[in-house]
Design a protein around this ligand. Structure first.
Ligand code: PMV
Length: 316
């Protein structure tokens, strides 16, 4: 392997984190959801030429080195080998990839999808291959399935496109045109939660009461349409109550928790325009829509209410 300290990377690619603004869970049943990139955190792939045959990936944050022709079951190898297969490349070029990420892991911010996205983008650039964003997204989806069973595909889509999206499962995405940027705080309850388990719980309750759950999903769909209209018209204040109503519906479908509810209440009491859990729920993250002058007070209120981390992001 070359000494990277004396080499410039031949390709550098990044991918943002993500959060879900409206429509999680219902999206699994074919309804629309809105997801946005988190620009302040990202995964990064730096690709260098190497003296050693094949592709070696150094996942620096987890101190793991992967040789993609040997560690065949590793998700990094699967992503790399799927890419080579896609382009019918039989012999992997000699490359060394440094993969790093500032996206908190297992926090519903899409860190896994972002790492895979950065890796694939970096490799395609280094090998001078042309991969459309739709193809990139579907390659990342293949790896997401290994971790999340049958994900809706929202994470890979918003991260590959790196822009706010109106997402409906198995349909072409629609980019959302944000007229006025808005501020979101993403707070972590510190309670670990598996999206797959939360999704399975909803499935079980849905099977027992399909018409009731359909009604919840319809109400979430309606809120999604309203949210999109407000974003596209720059009516950010009107977006707040929609998020809060979406949270109540997520409570109804059984994916909130006392910790999430406490953070949602703390944010709204401290002046957030609206707040809701975001992503799989049960634990994990919530989001609060804030105006610039309440960022600091709502952040403090979230920490005081037990948040273990608060990230501020601007959606533009
Ligand atoms: O846990 P996250 O942030 O990756 O979000 C999952 C979103 C769900 O709608 C709950 C599941 C899915 O596959 O869309």
């Amino acid at each position: 392997m070359c000494d990277d300290s004396v080499h410039q990377p031949i390709a550098v690619a990044t991918a943002p984190g993500k959060f879900i603004l409206t429509g999680e869970h219902a999206v699994v049943y074919g309804t629309p959801a809105i997801a946005c990139p988190v620009a302040g955190v990202h995964a990064k792939a730096q690709v260098y030429p190497s003296d050693t045959e094949g592709i070696a990936v150094d996942a620096v944050d987890i101190n793991t080195k992967i040789r993609t022709s040997i560690d065949l079951d590793h998700p990094i190898s699967l992503a790399t080998n799927n890419l080579l297969q896609h382009f019918e490349i039989e012999k992997a070029p000699a490359l060394h990839v440094k993969l790093s990420s500032t996206i908190p892991i297992a926090a519903g911010l899409g860190s896994g999808a972002a790492i895979t996205t950065a890796l694939i983008k970096g490799l395609t650039q280094a090998m001078d291959l042309q991969l459309s964003t739709a193809e990139l997204s579907s390659q990342v989806y293949e790896i997401e399935k290994l971790f999340h069973g049958t994900p809706s595909g929202i994470d890979n889509t918003v991260i590959a496109y790196a822009q706010s999206v109106w997402f409906i499962r198995d349909e072409a995405l629609e980019p959302i045109n944000t007229v006025s940027q808005f501020d979101i705080l993403i707070a972590d309850t510190g309670v670990a939660s598996e999206t797959m388990t939360a999704v399975a719980g909803v499935r079980e309750r849905y099977t027992k009461a399909p018409s009731q759950y359909r009604a919840y999903f319809d109400a979430i769909t309606e809120l999604g349409h309203q949210a999109r209209t407000h974003i596209e018209n720059g009516h950010i204040t009107a977006l707040g109550p929609i998020l809060s109503k979406n949270h109540v519906l997520l409570q109804n479908i059984g994916v909130s928790s006392s910790e999430l509810n406490t953070l949602v209440d703390a944010a709204t009491n401290a002046g957030a325009l609206g707040a809701k859990l975001s992503g799989g729920g049960v634990g994990g993250n919530m989001i609060a829509l804030v105006e610039p002058n309440t960022i600091s007070s709502v952040t403090t209120a979230l920490f005081n209410a037990g948040a273990t981390r608060v990230i501020h992001t601007q959606v533009s």
